[in-house]
Design a protein around this ligand. Structure first.
Ligand SMILES: [Zn+2]
Ligand SMILES: [Zn+2]
Length: 391
């Protein structure tokens, strides 16, 4: 196995004689409980190698394909085999250019994006027209909002990795990842005029003395924005999958479509969970399910962040939070907001208390801080620029 060290580090595996285990898998004699422990251990890995993936496939996990009996990709209550599998379209005349296939040349990648354009614009339009305000107990229609309504982004000449086309997620090594920012990429339809104002920084003036409710309201705006972006990406990839999965002729490329679908489904589930918990918390004026971690830092004007953050491992024990290539485990995300005030830079994280791994992340981080004074500014910048999502 390639990642011998990772596996040896794992307590569960130390109890198992690995050589014996593998020969038993081959003989099909391994007890179910041993298999279960081994699967659990694989799920704790940051990076799965081919042996891990093959083991999961053998154990009945559809790593590269959707199984008949698993929850459907349309997020309904039904099983894939009964619901969306029969809807997959086959067109013998079309050989669909999948994302992975298109990556070999700039021209092909443009074709890939162009093919998706009609679906994407349909999804966006559907999302804009007649969208309801997502504030608790509000029945008004949403108006056009902007995540950074309090800042003149165009005037300030910020750079961003965010792209206008949210499906365009190709970042080529050696190229500049950052583009001059045009503020309308942060437009969304999620709040009515009244609640656009209620959740805005102009109204809330978030800083170190803000109450938890004020911070919750401000986070709701960021969460609604991210939820809409992730959902638009998901609906677009879902349509692509239904229309073209069977028209991709090479099995390997089909497998990558499945992988991508699994990843985006995980993101949708996580952001919806964060949203519904925050929604309920505000509605009931009870923030017991939510945690905030705040820092008031030295004033700087270099960056503005209102985003989700996918921590990878905890800083001390290196416990995996989100695996880089295992779409079979749930994602855990936090929300990060960095706000510039007159005197300081306020950094506020928000996460759900039930997200055990993120809780552990911040516990370990504060332990490290107590042991030796850390320079927080680079930490916040690095985390945000490298790890934040660019939906
Ligand atoms: Zn379905
Ligand atoms: Zn409203």
């Amino acid at each position: 196995m390639n990642n011998k060290k990772d596996l040896q580090d794992n307590d569960l595996l130390q109890e198992i004689d690995r050589e014996k285990l593998f020969s038993e898998i081959q003989d099909n004699k391994m007890k179910d409980s041993d298999k279960g422990s081994f699967v659990a251990a694989i799920m704790e890995n940051y990076f799965l190698d081919n042996d891990n993936i093959n083991f999961l496939e053998d154990y009945g996990y559809g790593f590269w394909n959707f199984l008949e009996g698993e929850n459907c990709i349309c997020l309904s209550e039904k099983k894939f085999g009964d619901c969306c599998k029969p809807k997959l379209k086959k067109n013998d005349k079309i050989e669909y250019l999948s994302l992975v296939e298109s990556l070999d040349s700039e021209e092909n990648y443009k074709i890939y994006l162009k093919n998706l354009e009609p679906i994407l614009s349909k999804v966006i339009e559907k999302n804009n027209k007649n969208s309801k305000c997502q504030f608790p107990d509000c029945k008004n229609l949403a108006v056009e909002n902007n995540l950074f309504s309090d800042i003149d982004l165009d005037k300030n000449e910020f750079l961003s990795t965010a792209k206008k086309n949210i499906i365009d997620s190709k970042f080529t090594m050696g190229e500049n990842f950052f583009n001059p920012l045009v503020s309308d990429i942060f437009n969304f339809y999620g709040l009515c005029a009244e609640h656009d104002t209620a959740t805005s920084q102009n109204n809330l003036k978030i800083g170190i003395n803000s109450t938890e409710l004020e911070k919750a309201l401000f986070n709701l705006r960021t969460v609604i924005y991210k939820k809409i972006k992730i959902e638009v990406t998901y609906y677009t990839l879902y349509e692509e999958f239904i229309n073209n999965y069977l028209n991709v002729t090479k099995t390997g490329y089909q497998a990558m479509m499945v992988f991508k679908m699994r990843k985006i489904i995980n993101s949708v589930k996580e952001i919806r969970d964060i949203f519904s918990n925050l929604f309920e918390a505000i509605k009931n004026n009870n923030l017991s399910a939510i945690s905030f971690v705040d820092y008031d830092l030295k004033k700087q004007d270099n960056f503005q962040i209102r985003d989700l953050i996918n921590f990878q491992v905890t800083p001390k024990s290196y416990t995996v939070i989100n695996s880089v290539n295992n779409p079979l485990i749930n994602e855990e995300m936090a929300v990060i907001n960095v706000i510039q005030s007159k005197k300081s830079t306020f950094v506020s994280f928000m996460y759900l208390k039930k997200s055990e791994k993120i809780k552990k992340y911040f516990e370990e981080w504060s332990e490290i801080n107590e042991e030796k004074a850390q320079n927080l500014e680079p930490w916040v910048t690095n985390n945000s620029l490298i790890l934040s999502k660019t939906f």
